[in-house]
Structure formats: C-alpha cells, structure tokens
Design a protein around this ligand. Structure first.
Ligand SMILES: [Zn+2]
Length: 350
C-alpha cells in the first residue's frame, strides 16, 4: 500500500468503529437519525472522507475507494438493522397497551348503491302491476337505438355529438328504449316490462350530467290499453314511491316514440308544493317522460297498430336518488367514496 493513502485509511477505520457503535446503540429513532446524519448524511463524516478520495494521487485511489465503500456498506446495514429493531420494539409496546376488553369496531361490508336501490324499488312497484324486469344489450345498432323508435337518423338525438359510435351503424345505446323494440319483436302482446340499465351519451361530466348513466323504462302493450290505464299506473307508482300525499300532473311534451307525450311532474317532496330551490319555486318536479306508444313504433316491430295500444315511460334513477337524498352533485354517486355511500347504503351485503 502506498504511503499517500495511509491517513485517509486511518480515518475511514475510526469512522467505521465510531459509526457502528453510534448506530447500534441508538436508543430511539431520534438518536438513530442523528447518528445517520452524523456519519452518512450529506455533510457527515463518511461522506466528507469519501469526497477526499478524488484528491489522492491516482495510485492511492483504488485502496481508499475500496475501504470507503466497505465502511459505507457496513454503516448502512447497521442503520437498517437498528431501525427494524426499533420498529419491532415500538409495535410490541403498542400491543402491550392495547385494551382487549373494548368492543370491536364493525367493518363496513358494503351495501346496495343508492341508485340500485331506487331501481329495485321502481321494479318492485311496477311488479305489483304485472310488469316483468328485463334487460338488453348496451351495444346497439342504429336501427334499434333510433330507427325502430321513430327517431330519424338526422334527428338531433341521433347526432354524433350525443352518441358514442363504436363502428359504422353500431352505437353505445343512448337510452334503454331499444330494449322495448327487442321485447316487442320477441313477444306478442300483452307486454308489460320494466327495463333498467346503463346508457351512454357524450355529455360533460358535471354536477347534473354523466356520460354513463342509469335509465329505467317501462312499456305496456295490449288490446284496449288507454290513457286512463296509463295515468293510473303512473299515479300508483308515484304514491307508492314518493308517498300517498304526493300529487302527480302531466304536461304536454314531445318524444318521437310516443303520441301524445307528457312530462310527468310530482308535487315537490321538499316543500310540499309551496316552492323552494329544489323545485325552482314552482312546487313541481319533473320525474319522467311518458306517453302513448306511437303507432309507427308498432309498425316497425311488426305489431298491428289497429289492434294494439300501449304506453311507455322513462326516468333517471340517479336523478330520483338525488331528489330523495337531496344530493347536491350527481358525481358523488359515481365516485365510489365509501364515506359518502355508506350513509345512503341499503341493507349490507354479506
Ligand atoms: Zn319545492
């Protein structure tokens, strides 16, 4: 070994001895951190000594470098080992302080999402009127999503700005109505179905819109189904869902697949009809679109429009959940934040 490296090698050796002692004997995390800073820190003793290796004559550098790395490895290992020991000791202390006689905290095991609960309730209420729950595909052809429902492809609803196109003539359904056409093609009347499911539109994701949202539709077709039956079915639903004191009114509207069409409004469940911010001072809240099925729809699916009549309705379960729970922002229903959802969750699942 050359003479030039001797003083630095000596220093590295004392750093090794002192450093190992300080790290191994540190009494707590604070002392351990102080020892780490003193030897391994940016201006610690070892770091400084290593910095001096570059100033040695070239022939002395390899020996000093080897020794430096060896000391660094030893100190780092000692630090790691002592840190693990201190963590174990802390855990053991904590465990010995635990009060095992305290009653346990029950973990939240999950429950039914507020929108799912609304859907289930709506299906159950229409079930009392003889409606069956059915489902259909979320990927649809333009024919089922628009044409069969009397919506021409140049209608604003069919516009590419509103619709997710997957391929030429293939879309993510923009409403659950195509399932009506599928059910009518597959079954002769009488038909009474409720159709819940996800729909997709190229809407902004904001306080009142989501690009993927639940919808639920209903369809009744038979001989002699008239406006009176339609009206009483809607009344039955509103009283059962919102309460016997809630009133219903229909306001004329336009939908391509119903004629006449109506907006169904209920007396405001917040203010009872006196006027508040939820009902924008009108005392009424719109909950669904509905109407008598347009004969053109029957023709498209092969029903005899002279023989059969029917009604259809559609609503947004998220909107209804929002009204029921006074939720200020629809996005809360999609974020999956358990702190929010557990407040509204239905019966817990197992
Ligand atoms: Zn109100």
């Amino acid at each position: 070994m050359s003479e030039g490296a001797r003083p630095l090698l000596g220093r590295l050796e004392s750093i090794e001895v002192e450093g190992l002692a300080a790290l191994r004997e540190a009494e707590d995390e604070e002392a351990l951190e102080a020892a780490r800073v003193r030897f391994l820190g940016r201006s610690g003793a070892l770091t400084e000594a290593l910095g001096e290796i570059g100033g040695l004559p070239a022939a002395d550098r390899p020996d000093a470098g080897r020794k430096g790395n060896e000391v660094k490895g030893l100190l780092e290992k000692a630090h790691e080992a002592r840190a693990a020991e201190l963590r174990r000791e802390a855990r053991a202390r904590e465990a010995s302080q635990r009060d095992l006689t305290l009653p346990g905290r029950r973990p939240f095991r999950g429950g039914t999402h507020p929108v799912t609960r609304v859907i289930d309730e709506i299906c159950d209420i229409f079930g009392e009127l003889g409606f069956t729950r059915v489902r259909g595909p979320e990927v649809e052809t333009e024919w089922y999503n628009f044409t069969a429902l009397n919506i021409p492809l140049d209608h604003p609803a069919a516009d590419v700005h509103d619709t997710f196109y997957l391929d030429e003539g293939v879309v993510l359904r923009t409403h659950t109505s195509p399932v009506q056409a599928r059910v009518m093609q597959a079954h002769e009347p009488p038909v009474r179905v409720v159709v819940p499911g996800l729909c997709y539109r190229r809407d902004a994701f904001d306080a009142s819109h989501a690009p993927a949202f639940e919808q639920i539709e209903g369809l009744a077709v038979d001989e002699g189904v008239d406006f009176i039956e339609f009206r009483s079915a809607i009344d039955h639903f509103v009283r059962r869902f919102f309460g016997p004191e809630v009133k219903t009114r229909l306001r004329p509207d336009f939908f391509p697949f119903t004629e006449p069409s109506a907006q169904v409004e209920v007396s405001c469940t917040i203010c009872g009809g006196a006027g508040c911010s939820t009902c924008k001072g009108t005392g009424w809240i719109e909950i669904m679109g509905a109407g008598m099925v347009d004969p053109a729809v029957f023709e498209a699916v092969g029903y005899d429009p002279e023989r059969y009549t029917g009604y259809a309705f559609g609503m947004g379960p998220a909107r209804i959940a929002i009204l029921r729970h006074r939720i200020p922002d629809i996005r809360l229903l999609y974020e999956g934040d358990v702190r929010f959802l557990r407040q509204l969750a239905g019966p817990e699942g197992g």
